[in-house]
Design a protein around this ligand. Structure first.
Ligand code: GDP
Ligand code: IMO
Ligand code: MG
Length: 459
């Protein structure tokens, strides 16, 4: 069956790990949204690979494609390719970049100044503006075409005022010289990516008939340009429906798999109902600083800020693209039910549940504001407070050996309280779980009996 992998929260749910794993049963792995704002981490043996634009199936030697609505930074693509090869992997499958994909130009990155949102500064927003403008975008086809320099000149001329205002064009660096300089760098990129350029619509259509296509979403559902926590969102359609419009596929032929990190994280600004501590403190704290015994004692007494730091430390919650600390929170079932709804999720994959071992946490089952209470995810999340269920979850942290045993033993051997948390998540969202990931490593993922047992919860 063809599959779509989407993130259920605000990104960094572990999509890369799961796509790499699922790629084993697929022929083509395709990116359908975003650009190099994504950072997908895959761990194979002692090697860690972080991919920004190249689909994660590449490590399994699969064919990979970059769809027509992706914001394509050629420099990042070439870096990803090098990184894969230098990490000791062979690229044996085909690579196709759709000729309609939008190219991120140097001025997009310079024009990015949106501190309010806390973007990844990869030029995604400015490139999306040009996409919507229609006359100022540069496509892959333009880039590898005969008249690339003329096209750059046309666009720069149309954007002249904007580029002067941003000090990109100056008296000493006029448009003529600027265009030639950009062309010099980008025509070199063009010559290196030319061999990969093609079209993906017919290709994916034909491959879908075989049932072996895997689509890799970037970002998370709550960062979707329409359905996310606007304005603190990205500029592309991140949800499964986005894959349908961005690639032009028939969604009915795909199973939709939502990746739920066992706890939500968010990097960048914006409301976060179940946040532990606050972002300003997280920004200034020392990276990966271990908690002292005294601090852990405080967590047991209910210090939420330290619990947030502890999860960040144990989960290695620092951005794969920007290195920024990720904000951490208690699980949010309200957000997950919304995410299941807007995507049409068929099955969850739960990741990083190992990180919660040894920590007491709870799950939000409603939101409240003044006298109002709701189980619906509000459009404007600001000001809503979490309402937690009465239950607290705790289990001892598992050693790697215990995690490996759970892979063989299957769902039944997982800690009772962990199963209770999974059961509550399944019942609240109405969606069963396909896999449970207990480690960054590809092979430490529980599959045996997971779907069977969690489907039983729904009967
Ligand atoms: P993505 O953007 O959704 O692909 O996620 P990232 O790669 O940005 O962040 C997920 C991080 O968690 C990466 O460092 C992964 O190696 C790691 N990871 C994935 N699954 C697990 C898991 O089950 N347990 C632990 N401890 N780490 C995981
Ligand atoms: P992956 O695929 C987490 C966030 C940024 C910022 C907002 C807008 O690794 O899950 P942008 O640069 O897209 O204009 O930034 O979106 N963001 C992500 N957060 N994971 C990502 O990708 C993200 N891509 C963008 O931090 O808040
Ligand atoms: Mg990421």
């Amino acid at each position: 069956m063809n599959k779509i992998v989407v993130g259920a929260y605000w990104g960094d749910e572990g999509k890369g790990k799961i796509v790499d794993l699922l790629a084993a049963d697929s022929d083509w792995v395709v990116r359908y949204n975003g650009g190099d704002n994504a950072g997908h981490t895959i761990v194979v043996g002692d090697k860690q690979v972080v991919l920004h634009i190249l689909p994660s199936g590449v490590l399994q030697g699969k064919n990979v494609a970059i769809g027509p609505d992706v914001f394509f930074n050629p420099g990042s693509f070439l870096k990803d390719l090098n990184h894969v090869v230098e990490s000791g992997f062979k690229i044996t499958g085909r690579i196709v970049i759709d000729e309609r994909a939008h190219v991120i130009m140097p001025y997009h990155i310079k024009l990015e100044g949106n501190e309010k949102i806390g973007t990844t500064k990869r030029g995604i927003g400015p490139a999306a503006k040009d996409k919507a403008e229609r006359t100022t975008d540069i496509t892959i086809a333009d880039m590898v075409g005969e008249n690339f320099l003329e096209r750059i000149k046309e666009v720069v001329s149309e954007k002249k005022e904007e580029l002067i205002a941003a000090n990109i064009l100056t008296k000493t660096f006029d448009d003529e010289r600027y265009c030639e300089r950009v062309h010099e760098v980008y025509s070199e990129y063009a010559s290196r990516i030319k061999e990969y350029v093609g079209e993906t619509s017919y290709l994916i259509y034909e491959e879908t008939k075989k049932g072996s296509v895997l689509l890799e979403g970037a970002q998370g559902s709550l960062l979707d340009v329409v359905h996310g926590t606007r304005p603190f969102i990205t500029s592309s359609n991140t949800i499964a429906g986005g894959a349908a419009s961005n690639l032009g596929i028939d969604l009915r032929k795909f199973k939709i798999i939502g990746i739920v990190k066992a706890y939500p994280t968010r990097v960048g600004e914006g409301p976060f109902t179940t946040e532990l501590g606050n972002y300003e403190d997280a920004k200034t704290e020392e990276k990966m600083k271990k908690l002292s015994v005294e601090e852990k004692r405080k967590v047991i007494e209910g210090d939420e800020k330290l619990l947030g730091r502890w999860i960040r430390m144990d989960g290695g919650e620092y951005g794969a693209t920007t290195g920024r600390p990720r904000r951490t929170g208690h699980p949010d079932f309200v957000a997950l039910r919304y995410s299941a709804m807007i995507n049409g999720i068929d099955e969850w994959v739960i990741t990083k549940i190992d990180v919660l071992g040894g920590k007491t946490f709870k799950a939000a089952v409603a939101y409240k504001k003044d006298t109002k209470i709701t189980e619906k995810f509000p459009f404007r999340l600001e000001g809503w407070e979490p309402v937690y269920s009465q239950k607290e979850y705790f289990w001892e942290s598992m050693t790697e050996e215990q995690c490996i045993q759970a892979v063989t033993g299957g769902y039944d051997v997982l800690p009772e309280k962990m199963k209770q948390y999974i059961r509550d998540l399944v019942i609240y969202t109405g969606i069963p779980v396909r896999m449970i990931s207990l480690s960054p490593k590809r092979e430490i993922t529980v599959v045996k009996d997971v779907l069977l047992r969690t489907t039983e919860y729904l009967k």
